[in-house]
Ligand binder design. Structure first.
Ligand code: G3P
Ligand code: CA
Length: 231
């Protein structure tokens, strides 16, 4: 079972910051999940469209200039990083699960992603692009079929695996509160990987592993990896 650090190691350091990514790497996470929103012609690693929950600023990210975003403190003196900066830090050391939260210009996103991969020597096989935006996933399937895509659902209805299969996704990403054995079996029978968020409790890890779940997103990758070693 793969252990993805959720928003980086987000209990050890402020979420979606380079510090959280660094901790995740030090802990030995198999993958790192982080959120991306476009604004001012750049891809920023941040979860919310409004900056006040995770930074010392106020207002909408997409109404700020690059200079204004750069001035934000995302906690412990960390800046809001760009997609490129996170990719540069992580490199090919683990899977990069880029959750697309606010992509308004797909062509620009792909151009910047390709440029980062070229510059940093990161291969597509290290990337997993996921989103709750299924139209975007369908668009990516047409534009870049070779990029692995993960279909995110908040509620995990049983028919979702069939939908993800039609989207030609590699994986379904489901909420731990709604994921059940019937769903996991259906998804796996369709050849889909099942990745579950957000799993911090060992008893949930145990149950999901016994169901054959392929990976979990956790705020505590150190706990999950220690458990996995002795499981
Ligand atoms: O990608 C899994 C999970 O992060 C999706 O929910 O709100 O934490 O981005 P959220
Ligand atoms: Ca996320």
């Amino acid at each position: 079972m793969l252990i993805f650090a959720h928003r980086g190691a987000s209990k050890a350091a402020p979420e979606n910051t380079l510090k959280a990514m660094q901790y995740a790497l030090q802990m030995g996470a198999h993958g790192i999940e982080f959120d991306v929103i476009q604004a001012a012609g750049q891809c920023w690693v941040i979860h919310d469209a409004w900056v006040q929950r995770t930074t010392n600023g106020h207002g909408r990210l997409d109404q700020m200039t690059q200079a204004q975003i750069r001035q934000l403190d995302a906690g412990e003196g960390q800046q809001v990083p760009t997609l490129f900066e996170v990719m540069a830090l992580v490199g090919n050391r683990c899977v990069l699960n880029i959750e697309l939260k606010g992509i308004t210009d797909v062509a620009l996103f792909l151009k910047q992603l390709d440029s980062a991969c070229d510059t940093l020597g990161i291969e597509y096989k290290q990337l997993l692009l996921s989103s709750f935006d299924h139209q975007l996933l369908a668009q990516l399937a047409r534009l870049r079929p070779e990029l692995a895509r993960g279909a995110l659902t908040a509620s995990c209805p049983l028919h979702y695996a069939a939908f993800a299969e039609e989207l030609d996704a590699l994986s379904v990403h489901t909420d731990v509160a709604f994921t059940n054995l019937e769903f996991v079996q259906d998804a796996k029978a369709r050849g889909l990987k099942v990745y579950v968020y957000t799993v911090d409790e060992v008893q949930d890890m145990q149950r999901l592993k016994s169901w054959g779940v392929d990976g979990i997103f956790t705020n505590l990758p150190d706990r999950a990896l220690a458990w996995l070693q002795q499981a």
